[in-house]
Structures are given as structure tokens and as C-alpha cells.
Design a protein around this ligand. Structure first.
Ligand SMILES: *Cc1c(COP(=O)(O)O)cnc(C)c1O
Length: 355
């Protein structure tokens, strides 16, 4: 069969956390860091009562959503862009900044989409070592070279759940050349309760080679809608707006993200429930003598004496989906999302049985 030539890309396809099991009716999905608390009440009420007008295109400029983000976080509207998930922002960044032969630096254990989008446009990926499962600025700087165009870090990082403090991120920004873009992926920032965590507005005011991405998929509980945003200097946002699809964020996503931002109590409740779940899992892991990595997100990675794949399969048989993370270069660890209290207990009970 003859087909037109296309680019051959050396890629491992992203495998999402599994979501369906055929045999069991009731499934507990703790594999993709979605919110245990779900969408807020305001969002759920809108969904019930909305007069759905799906025959019209969405607002191509996300006016209402951007105004709300701008007010809430005290940011200039021209510094914000929305995407179909923060994923799409990451993809647009790679399309805009990278040429064949350019290099990007990503930490050893990091979100897979950075390397995938970078490779699609022909860039090379350099991996920087982490220290105690934490992103290390010194190690990143060792990998930055003449051809480096982008440095990606997630803060908190997935799949480790560790974070970098404000000074560490400043240190990175001060020590890379201004023509290298630093992408700070803050998909889980709402969950972080550390005083030394990054102060994003200060960073944005000081550095023009920085883009911060945020998501409605995690603490907001809107993963299926696909909506996120990026904040950077006006020049970068204007350039990204030129390459994006005109209607990249659908009207449902725009509207519900707006209502979710207006629902003050939802995030605090979501974070509170997450902290309780995290404490519970940490306690139970300690009792069971299970090694885990301290996490500030809504997930935690842990290690057992049994082979990770066996444990993963045994969990599946019990109707619980967790995530083996060998594709993140951590073959001895499994990652579990903090669920509801009932889900967390079911997870621990099953774990006890399997050990
Ligand atoms: C989940 C996740 C995202 C993706 O978020 P979307 O807004 O759903 O595209 C981005 N970065 C990290 C580190 C994540 O874990």
C-alpha cells in the first residue's frame, strides 16, 4: 500500500492511566490524579439547568474566563492564554519555540507530555538527574547547553509529588540565559500548603522568559472538559495566540471553568479533603512499612517488596486502578491518586491483603 510520506518519530505513545475494566461493575479509579472531590456545586447546578446551545462556536478569545482569571490572580489579561487542557499550551509552546535539532531539558522523573511534544517537532530531550526524587536546579543547569531552547519543570512534580520552593525556581531563572524559555507547570499548585512555595506573580513580573501553566483538571475537578491556561509576557502570549486553533476551548469548558473559579469554597474543600486522604495514606503506609515519597499533590508514589506489575494486576482484579510508573523511569514505584475516604480505605484494605 502506498501512502504519502510522513515524519517518523521515535516516540513512546502516552498511555493514560487506565479507566475501564471489563469484568467488574464498580471500579475505583486512582490512576490519573483526578479530583476525589469532583466538580463544585456551582458547576453541577449549571450543568443541570443550562440551556445548552451547542450549535454555535465558542468565544474564540475566552473573554469571560480570561477576565475572571485576570481579576482573581491580579494578572494583565494580555498575559493569559487558554488551552484545551494545559497539555495544549505545552504543545503550542513546543510548536512555537522548537526547531529540529534544538534541545529541551526535562527532569528525569517528569510529566511525559514534555518529551512527547518536544520530539514531535524534532527536538532532542536531555534528562536532568533528580536528587531524592526532587527536581534539582543544579542538575538542570548541568544539562543546559548552547542548543537548549526550553527547560520544563512541573511544580509540584508528577509522578513524585515533590516541589521546588520560590528561591530554587528564582535560582534557575537567574542562571539560564534569557533566550531559554522556562516552563513552570503548576497543574497541582492549589494543593500546595507550603509557605516557601513559588510566588508566581513575582516571578512573572521579574522574568520575561517564563511561562506558567495551570489546569482545571486537578483541584477544580473538570478533567473531562479539557481546559487550562498559560501566563507569560505579552509577547509570548501574542505569539501563541497566532498559532492556536481559533476555537480551541469549547463553550462548556469555558463556562464551567468560569463558574468553578467563582466558587470560592470548592477549592478549599477539595484541598481539605485531599489533605485528610493524604494523611490517612501516609499513616497506613507507615504502619505497613511501605516506602513512599512525601507528596504535596493529590497523589503519592510508593514502593512495595512485590513486583510492581503483579501488584498492579492484583489491584485491577480487585476493581482498583492505580498507576505503575515505569514509563516515568520509576519501575519500582506505583502511583495512587488520593480518592474519597471510602476509596482510600478500599485501596488500603486491598493493599494489606496483597502484601
Ligand atoms: C495532569 C497534568 C497536566 C495536564 O493537565 P491538563 O490541563 O488536563 O492538560 C499537566 N501537567 C502535569 C504535571 C500533570 O500531572
Amino acid at each position: 500500500m502506498n501512502v504519502p510520506n510522513f515524519r517518523k518519530i521515535d516516540l513512546v505513545t502516552y498511555k493514560p492511566g487506565r479507566s475501564l475494566l471489563s469484568s467488574k461493575k464498580k471500579v475505583i479509579k486512582l490512576s490519573a490524579n483526578e479530583s476525589a472531590f469532583g466538580a463544585g456545586e456551582r458547576v453541577r447546578n449549571i450543568l443541570k439547568n443550562r440551556n445548552n446551545n451547542i450549535s454555535k462556536y465558542p468565544d474564540s478569545k475566552f473573554k469571560k474566563l480570561i477576565e475572571t482569571i485576570s481579576k482573581k490572580f491580579n494578572l494583565n489579561k494580555e498575559k493569559i492564554i487558554c488551552g484545551a487542557g494545559s497539555d495544549e499550551i505545552i504543545q503550542m509552546i513546543c510548536t512555537l519555540f522548537l526547531n529540529k535539532g534544538d534541545e529541551v531539558v526535562v527532569p528525569q522523573y517528569s510529566f511525559l507530555m514534555y518529551r512527547i511534544y518536544a520530539k514531535i517537532v524534532g527536538a532532542k530531550v536531555k534528562f536532568s538527574k533528580e536528587v531524592n526524587f526532587k527536581v534539582s536546579v543544579d542538575e538542570i543547569l548541568k544539562k543546559v547547553g548552547r542548543n537548549t531552547k526550553i527547560v520544563f519543570i512541573a511544580n509540584p512534580n508528577n509522578p513524585t509529588g515533590t516541589y521546588n520552593n520560590h528561591d530554587q525556581v528564582v535560582n534557575l531563572l537567574k542562571n539560564v540565559s534569557e533566550d531559554i524559555l522556562v516552563v513552570l507547570d503548576c497543574a497541582y499548585y492549589e494543593y500546595v500548603k507550603k509557605e516557601d512555595y513559588v510566588r508566581t506573580n513575582e516571578l512573572l513580573n521579574e522574568f520575561d522568559n517564563l511561562i506558567i501553566t495551570k489546569s482545571f483538571s486537578k483541584a477544580h475537578g473538570l478533567a473531562s472538559l479539557r481546559v487550562g491556561y498559560g501566563v507569560a509576557s505579552k509577547g509570548i502570549i501574542a505569539a501563541l495566540n497566532k498559532i492556536r486553533q481559533p476555537f480551541n476551548v469549547n463553550s462548556f469548558a469555558q463556562e464551567l471553568a468560569y463558574f468553578s473559579l467563582c466558587d470560592k469554597d470548592h477549592i478549599s474543600e477539595s484541598v481539605r479533603v485531599n489533605s485528610l486522604g493524604m494523611e490517612f495514606l501516609e499513616d497506613e503506609f507507615s504502619k505497613l512499612n511501605i516506602e513512599y515519597i512525601d507528596s504535596v499533590g493529590n497523589f503519592i508514589s510508593f514502593k512495595t517488596k512485590r513486583a510492581t506489575h503483579e501488584i498492579y494486576e492484583d489491584f485491577l482484579k480487585n476493581g482498583i486502578i492505580i498507576r505503575p510508573i515505569e514509563s516515568y523511569d520509576m519501575p519500582n514505584f506505583l502511583r495512587v491518586t488520593i480518592g474519597t475516604a471510602t476509596e482510600n480505605s478500599a485501596f488500603i484494605e486491598t493493599l494489606e491483603q496483597l502484601l
